[in-house]
Design a protein around this ligand. Structure first.
Ligand code: DC
Length: 220
């Protein structure tokens, strides 16, 4: 069975998808992590994204491996475990930029389709229901208002002791990233026609998980 979860940044997709996969014994595949790893590669090597030849050469050199260690997805970039390093704001911002490029998307979509071929998966991203797994048995479009997402992010950062950014600034960044993800030429973020909209603004994680599990059970 294939479950596709799409939606904007910060809606809680990965927390939801991870919990649902765990409850059902499915494999959780975080596709954003793959775009982040490519972003990190381009940052590390200072690749000029507008230089098509340099971009193609860089992509040919990228070897991405996804492994599962203690149930957690690990991302290896040319042999280096970059699972921690891809979580910075800089890698996230670069991920959003490289994800607009067709050669990057083609490479990753192929890899994601191969990964989902023979196993039960919950996959989250932006184009899973529309492009990667168009035949998924369940498609969920998981979203929340930009203010709610900014407040959640602010709380997360405060808990890590990171200060110096306001909720308003975070919300501005979220709106800018949404705009970029929704208006790019290739595979823009949008709700698939057959996806079910779940708004997490007023839901706890547990309520979101229960709702998605109920939807899956209706289809099994
Ligand atoms: O979900 P995330 O924040 O880790 O994703 C990082 C970036 O990658 C995000 O700006 C959009 C892009 N992305 C994408 O274009 N397609 C996907 N399937 C997953 C992520």
């Amino acid at each position: 069975m294939k479950v596709a979860i799409d939606g904007p940044a910060g809606a809680g997709k990965s927390t939801l998808a991870k919990a649902v996969a765990k409850k059902l014994g499915f494999v959780y595949i975080d596709t954003g992590a793959m775009y982040r790893a490519i972003g990190l590669y381009m940052l590390d090597r200072k690749v000029e994204l507008s230089d098509e030849t340099a971009l193609k050469a860089a992509l040919d050199d990228v070897k991405l491996d996804i492994a599962y260690e203690n149930d957690a997805q690990q991302v290896y970039l040319n042999g280096e475990n970059v699972t921690g390093r891809i979580r910075t704001e800089a890698a996230g911002d670069m991920a959003s930029k490289v994800s607009t490029l067709l050669p990057v998307r083609e490479k990753l979509v192929m890899l994601q389709q191969e990964m989902a071929e023979r196993i039960d998966v919950v996959m989250d991203g932006r184009d899973i229901g529309t492009v990667v797994l168009p035949n998924a048995e369940l498609k969920v479009y998981f979203t929340a208002g930009s203010r709610v997402r900014a407040e959640r992010r602010f709380k997360e950062l405060s808990e890590k002791g990171i200060t110096g950014i306001t909720v308003e600034e975070i919300e501005e960044e979220i709106i800018a990233r949404d705009y970029r993800d929704m208006h790019r030429e290739h595979s823009p973020l949008k709700q698939a026609e057959d996806a079910i909209l779940v708004d997490s603004s007023d839901l706890t994680i547990e309520e979101g998980v229960e709702r998605v599990i109920a939807l899956i059970n209706e289809r099994r």
